[in-house]
Design a protein around this ligand. Structure first.
Ligand code: HEC
Length: 273
């Protein structure tokens, strides 16, 4: 019997290229962090009056190598992508940062770095931040950061409080008489926190959609029926919550429903403290 040939391992260069490209998002964090740190350390040295170089050197080393690795992997990653202007600036910005970082590295090899060292290292920190941000726009969409910042300060026009002058008599009756009854006797179980029996009475759209309110016909409305019921098991509010609503409150609710259950848009008065 012929022995099957062992599988041959070989390197797929095209796949390797794809892999190197996909390492870009991982590799970029090194130059971003380290070149920024190099800038900060150099800034601290400058403020303290120390000579250029110093602690920034070690960060610069790894940061510069990381920048070159990022530029190469990024170039491969972007091949065949149409990223428009953003991609153009991100690419060439990345190359510029790499060149500057390598230049600074060369300058730092001397015992006393040349005068250009400090300004280049200080410039690298914002530059790498900008290039990284352009990369962010490429992956998350243009304006992803700006929109989030703007959203924090967005102004909202508050819903206008119902102006009493603008309301009909029946709307006023709801706001001043009926709503306080619902708010004080019902919303505890039919409001934001609980919606017993699937009924919510603190919001216009929910209340007006409730099957137990037949706008224009209080007699046909289950809500009224339950308020007037002598049958303790079904009466609203439930007996353990307290006595039935007084007749004049039920009459006010009847009047509101018979008038078509008008509910003006806008904020309703909260319970008095
Ligand atoms: C302590 C809680 C509580 C309070 C307060 C309360 N309810 Fe209820 N309500 C319930 C529960 C529980 C149900 C569900 C009963 C069932 O499905 O058997 C319900 C059901 C209803 C229903 C029937 C909903 C449907 O379509 O099936 C209406 C109408 C209703 N309540 C109106 C009111 C009104 C009006 C008030 C205020 C005067 C009120 N309730 C106060 C607990 C409460």
């Amino acid at each position: 019997m012929p022995v099957p040939a062992p599988p041959l391992l070989f390197i797929d260069l095209a796949a390797l290229q794809v892999l190197v490209g996909k390492l870009h998002p991982l590799v970029v964090h090194f130059p971003i962090a380290l070149l920024t740190l190099a800038g900060l350390l150099e800034l601290r040295g400058w403020i303290a009056g120390r000579p250029a170089g110093g602690e920034a050197r070690a960060c610069l080393w790894i940061g510069a190598l990381g920048a070159v690795a990022s530029a190469i992997s990024g170039w491969i990653f972007a091949a065949g992508h149409d990223g428009g202007d953003t991609l153009f600036w991100h690419r060439w910005g990345g190359i510029a940062v790499s060149v500057l970082a390598l230049g600074a590295l060369l300058l730092s090899r001397r015992e006393r770095p040349a005068a250009a060292f400090r300004p280049i290292v200080l410039l690298l920190a914002p530059a790498v931040g900008l290039v990284g941000h352009l990369g962010g726009e490429l992956s998350w969409g243009e304006g992803y950061l700006r929109d989030a910042i703007v959203a924090v300060f967005e102004t909202r026009t508050p819903e206008p409080a119902p102006a009493p002058e603008g309301m009909t008599e029946e709307e006023l009756h709801f706001v001043e008489v009926v709503w306080p009854i619902l708010r004080d006797s019902c919303v505890e179980c039919h409001g934001e926190m609980k919606q017993k029996g699937d009924l919510r009475l603190d919001r216009r759209e929910d209340a007006l959609a409730a099957p137990s309110i037949v706008a224009g016909d209080a007699e046909a409305s289950d809500l009224v029926f339950l308020l007037e019921s002598d049958f303790e098991e079904e009466r609203m509010p439930p007996p353990e919550e307290g006595p039935p609503l007084p007749a004049e409150e039920i009459a006010a609710i009847r009047r509101w429903i018979d008038a078509g259950a008008p509910w003006p848009a806008g904020e309703l008065p909260a319970a008095p403290r």
